[in-house]
Write a protein that binds this ligand. Sequence first.
Ligand code: URA
Length: 263
Amino acid sequence: MEEQLNVKELLEWYITAGVDAICGDQPWEKNIVAKVDTSVQKVENKVSEDIRPATTELAQATVIACQNARQQCSKAETLEELKTLVENFEGCSLRLTANKTVFGYGSAHADLLLIGEAPGADEDRSGIPFVGRSGHLLDKMLQAIQIKREDCFVTNVLPWRPPGNRTPTEGETAVCLPFLKRQIDLVKPKVILILGGSAANALLDNGESISKLRGKWLEYKISDGTKIPVLASFHPAYLLRNSGQKAKAWSDLLRVKQKLCEN
Ligand code: URA
């Protein structure tokens, strides 16, 4: 006898398994490409030639999407124009699974620009960066150095939430980076504070761990050649899990405050 599908139980099972995002209406086998490649490898024994085209196609699509993103960005002369371009950009598949585009938020003339990694579930629902638990901690951190969130510009490397908060791929990061860079050009802040290692690695184009990067003044050059002081520190989500690191984050915040007062 065919088993009756109990939708409630099935949904409960998904939730217990940690599924918190639905990516589409149709089932989708993400390993299908790998399976095809494996069979090719066995049957025809010409692994590299048969696998390479798929890899190259993906790489080519990413390169083209990056070029498109850069071209689009150069057209945007205001943050509003850039926001509309990002909302309509079709070169990153994360847009298809996200609920909202989470563009940078805050003062267009901010002295301090903060950069996180990617929106989480709360940001994906609201369309505003750092509104969840990490955002609440960030607000408190800023308050501690007498800076109001509304006087800052807060943004992320990625404007779309990766499904289930998975780590963004290098391709996704590369495609979205021109949008972040254009936001920095347009705000032209006095100081940039990067939150977390992955955002620091993306903007500064290096592979250093956050524990090595944090607390040191670095420079980021915007498109008109102006050099902006950049400091990387721990991500608030990391601090929520590792409160023992808050003292280091506090000293980073004091450095930021001092730099803002100097300029
Ligand atoms: N974490 C981030 O990096 N960015 C957000 O906007 C929220 C959480």
